[in-house]
Design a protein around this ligand. Structure first.
Ligand SMILES: [Zn+2]
Length: 433
């Protein structure tokens, strides 16, 4: 475990740190961005392009891979790295996010299965599919990792059972099953099975879900310990997941309990599920008091550009988020002007406000104003796309729904994210954040 994560430098200004996560498939320099490869592919990119961009790691989704193609075939193919060609460090989630989302979705449509739970929300994951560049504002919600809603059969203290939408097969998610699925998938970093608390949830419900998550973490640890004795498979590192909803007492309690379990890493879950950005940041800030110097911290489902710097300052090491890739496929291209703030002399955050706005610029390439615009997509970017293509060409590809448009836009957005994180690491090294 000692070799898994090393902190190379602590910022003198905040809890930000420079680190390295070492896996069998390579090293992740932190803080680092984790693009989603939900179904075993970073949508629209070949693994070669993923490497060329400099993507260090990606996030695969257990629930989706269980429903299709099934984890047994992935195991037979010697794991997800070989199966997908993504030969970089990979993380897998527990499946909890989706199975509980679908449980709530079912409840919203009148199911009696959840009648024993004190559910008091109108939240539905379907609502979060209505995601458009025009909604880019302070209350914009992070999007879900995946959007299919199979038939829920039963939710209990042990886990969740449902029928696959692909073949009607009964699928079970329990702590042990989640660990078994993740072992077969073979990602380098695994998440313990957790219940992602919806928003807004009552204190009573958030506490119940949190306690269940703590019990499930213990079951995951026991299962993994047994498994390690049986298998000589590549090393997989478990992250316990901190829950507790929007309640300070619960978040603090969860951080204490999860960190006491001594897993190689920890993740913060159940954030950015509909609450405001202010609430999201508060939840991270509360638990930041408990995070340990020798263990990496992953923030599940958050990675909007204007949040990242603040969250890095709370000690977050890695972020997974659908946003850069999903926005790219909608024709929204980042224009990250990190050069502006890097060239500033003097200690950061003298102009924190400017930094946030200068980082979050983006353009909607589908707008007619770009039809005759032969400028580079982003004058500050030197990626393959910006060197070789114009705004007009990308506009044309999107208007004509040419597949290459998705590839080029995704390439540029992920390149921008990687460069942003390079700059963030540089700022930490120089004690500027
Ligand atoms: Zn570019």
């Amino acid at each position: 475990m000692n070799n898994f994560f090393k902190v190379k430098h602590h910022s003198s200004k905040s809890k930000a740190r420079l680190g390295e996560i070492k896996t069998d498939h390579g090293i992740i320099k932190t803080p680092g961005f984790v693009p989603v490869a939900t179904k075993g592919t970073v949508k629209a990119l070949t693994p070669e392009l993923v490497r060329e961009i400099g993507v260090q790691t990606a996030f695969v989704n257990t629930y989706h891979l269980v429903t299709h193609p099934g984890v047994d075939i992935i195991q037979k193919a010697a794991g997800i790295h070989k199966y997908s060609g993504l030969d970089i460090p990979l993380m897998s989630d527990s499946g909890g996010f989706q199975v509980f989302s679908l449980a709530r979705d079912k409840r919203d449509s009148g199911s009696k299965f959840l009648s024993h739970e004190s559910l008091t929300t109108s939240w539905s994951p379907r609502k979060r599919k209505n995601f458009s560049p025009s909604s880019l504002n302070q209350t914009r919600k992070a999007d879900v990792r995946g959007d299919e809603h199979p038939l829920l059969v039963k939710i209990s203290e042990d886990g969740v059972r449902f029928r696959s939408t692909f073949d009607g097969k009964l699928i079970e998610f329990t702590p042990e099953k989640s660990m078994e699925y993740q072992a077969k998938i073979g990602a380098d970093i695994n998440m313990a099975f957790d219940e992602c608390t919806y928003y807004p949830a009552s204190h009573e419900y958030a506490e119940k879900a949190m306690k269940r998550t703590h019990e499930w973490l213990k079951s995951c640890i026991i299962y993994k310990a047994r498994q390690r004795n049986l298998l000589s498979s590549p090393l997989q590192y478990l992250y316990g997941v901190i829950q507790g909803g929007t309640f300070e007492d619960l978040r603090r309690q969860s951080a204490e309990v999860v960190l006491a379990q001594n897993t190689p890493g920890v993740a913060i879950g159940g954030v950015s599920v509909g609450e405001s950005k202010k609430e999201m940041r508060e939840q991270v800030k509360w638990v930041s008091d408990y995070l340990l110097k020798d263990r990496p911290v992953h923030l599940l489902g958050v990675g909007q550009i204007d949040d990242i710097i603040d969250l890095v300052k709370y000690g977050i090491d890695t972020f997974d988020c659908v946003e850069p890739t999903r926005l790219a496929r909608m024709g929204t291209l980042y224009k990250a002007r990190y050069q502006d703030f890097l060239s500033q002399r003097g200690p950061y955050p003298e102009s924190e406000k400017n930094l946030v706005s200068s980082l979050s610029n983006e353009i909607d390439i589908t707008k007619t104003i770009y039809k005759n615009n032969l400028e580079k997509v982003d004058e500050n970017c030197d990626c393959y796309v910006c060197i070789n293509f114009t705004k007009s060409y990308l506009h044309h590809l999107f208007k004509q729904r040419e597949i290459l448009g998705y590839t080029l836009a995704t390439y540029h957005n992920l390149w921008t994210m990687e460069k942003l994180f390079e700059k963030i690491r540089e700022l930490i090294k120089r004690d500027l954040i």
